[in-house]
Design a protein around this ligand. Structure first.
Ligand SMILES: [Fe+2]
Length: 335
């Protein structure tokens, strides 16, 4: 009799868990559907070109550390993404890693890709440390991202690394800027540097000049810490905040910053990871930029939610605006 009761309870438990997973998945599926915004950017994936045929601003929205995971947090993250994208009306979206969280399931990534795709805006993700701890292999994630209709992701060919790729922005047929995406979530190796060097050099050869570029990855650099120290000791006001009490930089760094400096293309290096640091610092001629956390999963401050908007002006200079979601009434604040 006891065995029978135990078996029945076990079956009941399995049914309950399955129902919760199915219901959760369904709720995630139906509750959060984004609506199309559209973009004037024409994508040529084969030649890594993003074309704009006018002289207006080109807006690139960085979202970070969305950490799509358990249902409640996922819905809040998708809501935050939707509000930030609607406010920014960007031409491109970049996700700077920790897009998912430890244990995130395949259906979550599928839903996430579909959700971002529904904006009908080209978007480019890189991986963060938590993306390496989901329920999927990195190859599965790469294939899913590559299948996104508006997703620019390319796995690339850097050894033991996933998602090192680039696109050149052309305005009226002329190359004006490069966007470089790198996976530094586990380490930065000589292979990464070789790929980066070859990429920048081949773009320079192709264009007959060194194009300015932004490089997006997840973990800050040790130079972010050096820059902060320099500002602190010289009493220079910081643009943004350091609330995390430190910089969680990539310790296995083969010298990406020095290579970028040597090649002379990078104007900004852009990342996330520290959820409560927002500062942007000029360091040896390159802007080192934290993003804004998007979504309430993991540790966060309610007043640091949103994204960072990078705008290439008609004269090809650029500006950076932070978008903060108001924790009280869902209104947006530009800072
Ligand atoms: Fe992270």
């Amino acid at each position: 009799m006891k065995v029978y009761i135990k078996s029945s309870l076990a079956v009941l438990l399995v049914c309950l868990c399955s129902s919760l997973i199915i219901l959760g998945s369904y709720a995630l599926y139906i509750l959060n559907c984004s609506s199309p915004i559209g973009s004037r950017v024409v994508v040529d994936k084969e030649n890594n070109i993003l074309s704009v045929n006018d002289d207006k601003d080109i807006k690139v929205l960085q979202l970070s550390d969305t950490q799509i995971t358990a249902l409640g947090d996922a819905l809040k993250a998708l809501d935050a993404i939707q509000m930030t994208v609607e406010m920014a009306q960007p031409d491109l979206i970049v996700l700077t890693g920790d897009n998912l969280m430890n244990g995130s399931k395949k259906f979550m990534l599928k839903k996430y890709i579909r959700f971002i795709d529904e904006f009908e805006i080209p978007w480019a993700p890189v991986f963060g440390n938590h993306d390496y701890k989901t329920d999927m292999t990195m190859d599965t994630q790469c294939k899913l991202y590559e299948s996104g209709k508006y997703c620019l992701f390319q796995k690339g060919n850097v050894t033991d690394s996933y998602g090192n790729y680039y696109y050149n922005i052309h305005r009226n047929g002329n190359p004006i800027y490069s966007l470089v995406f790198m996976d530094n979530a586990i380490s930065t190796t000589e292979h990464h540097l070789e790929w980066y060097r070859n990429t920048i050099n081949s773009i320079s050869n192709e264009c007959g000049k060194v194009l300015p570029s932004w490089t997006f990855f997840h973990l800050p650099l040790v130079e972010t810490y050096y820059a902060y120290r320099q500002y602190y000791y010289n009493d220079i006001p910081l643009d943004g905040e350091m609330r995390d009490g430190g910089v969680a930089y990539q310790k296995n760094d083969a010298g990406l910053f020095d290579t970028a400096k040597e090649l002379g293309s990078a104007t900004a290096m852009i990342y996330g990871h520290n959820h409560r640091n927002t500062f942007i610092a000029d360091y040896k001629g390159i802007k080192l930029c934290y993003g804004i956390k998007t979504g309430r999963a993991s540790y966060h401050d309610e007043d640091i939610q949103g994204g960072c908007l990078y705008t290439i002006k008609p004269d090809n200079t650029f500006t950076i605006d932070r978008i903060f979601l108001d924790p009280e009434d869902r209104h947006f604040i530009f800072k």
